[in-house]
Design a protein around this ligand. Sequence first.
Ligand SMILES: Cc1cc2nc3c(=O)[nH]c(=O)nc-3n(C[C@H](O)[C@H](O)[C@H](O)COP(=O)(O)OP(=O)(O)OC[C@H]3O[C@@H](n4cnc5c(N)ncnc54)[C@H](O)[C@@H]3O)c2cc1C
Length: 425
Amino acid sequence: MAEEKATPASGSILVVGGGISGLTTALEAAEVGYEVFLVEKNPHLGGRVAQLNQYFPKLCPPTCGLEINYRRIKDNPNIKVFTLAEVTAVSGAPGSYNVSVQLNPRFVNENCTCCGECAAACQGEIDSEFDFGMKKIKGAYLPYEMAFPARYVIAPEIAATEDGKRIKEACKYDAVDLDMQAKTVDLNVGAVVWATGWQPYDATKMDNLGFGQYDNIVTNMMMERLAAPNGPTKGQIVRPSDGKAPESIAFVQCAGSRDENHLPYCSYICCMASLKQATYVRALYPEAKIYIFYIDMRAPGYRYERFYEKIKADENIFLIKGKVAEVNQDAGSKNVTVVAENAVTGEKIKQSVEMVVLATGMQPTAAVDKLPADLKFNSDGFVVNDYAAGGMFAAGCANKPMDVVSSNQNATGMALKAIQTLVKR
Ligand SMILES: Cc1cc2nc3c(=O)[nH]c(=O)nc-3n(C[C@H](O)[C@H](O)[C@H](O)COP(=O)(O)OP(=O)(O)OC[C@H]3O[C@@H](n4cnc5c(N)ncnc54)[C@H](O)[C@@H]3O)c2cc1C
């Protein structure tokens, strides 16, 4: 066999990020027989979609799709999953990369049966990151009901306290190991797929939109958690200030996106996300008035356009073309006023509502936490796929803002690119 056609040194693939894109790449490659290492920094797989209440446009819960993927992983011995794990170094070339992965301690081992006795014994509480701090949870916790792996986690700040000892004593299965230390695993792989996804743009950076200053302004991801039956309010969309069911809600589109001072690009999914969230409100409160302020309404493709048309026909949903200039709290009340100019009539609008949702955009995680590899990035921090160099690829929202369908398609393509690296085609 000619040298350039020889099998690369490693027949394995590393996938970094266990969101829907990473899960898809890992499964597609593993199910055709390749060994895959899946590295996820959170204690659980699923990424951002695990936090969503429903998927547009079908309005089904993302849990079914995730559950099927988790089952496929469980049934596939080709995939080795590392959670609470981060890649710290990558060296080498297509066909043979040496990768160091740091595994952080969970303080709970595989004996865990998810009985919950540890959480019952734990007295200390921490902010729930999964619920964007809208709820406190015990320092020994299961990230969410159908988390994969189905294993509790003990927060590091709790493990070293008296609570840690109480938790250990409460566990009947010898699953609590407070001496667990971080350790490094070295891997040799032939290709790497970066599926590190996105994070919500920090809404406090937009002073004029009032987030963090006024109680009744939330972000779109917080809205997903408020609407979710397993969320902080058990699916009741209520105002943070007083728990009241809102009679009026405004959505502020492009909160950060398409703005030279923040994210200069369109985040692609925010219009669809707000249209979807309007249906959450309508289902709970049929009389509530919903105002959606937008620059352009973007519902790309046949199915999304049809969804948009349906929402537009709703008599309690008002779509206003106009960029929001500011959001302020009303004097003497916790209501908030959205100030905008109607781009069609030129009229200045001041709409007072009981709650505001900022449709904050998607920022690539890699723009905030630098990836330890020789990759190309665009000016916004998305990984640019350099197919000529090969060997390392970005899938899903690490590459650009996408919905779940596009993430799955893209991630399948990147599994193929990784396989091609291994077989040198
Ligand atoms: C408000 C809102 C609502 C939405 N609703 C819908 C909807 O209804 N339908 C739809 O199709 N799309 C929706 N989306 C878009 C959807 O969330 C994305 O398409 C999807 O999350 C993309 O998945 P991903 O795997 O690429 O990224 P992510 O979901 O971000 O997953 C990335 C994973 O990588 C991990 N990670 C990051 N960095 C590292 C690292 N250095 N090392 C190890 N692991 C790492 C993360 O912890 C995470 O688990 C919505 C988006 C928003 C903002």
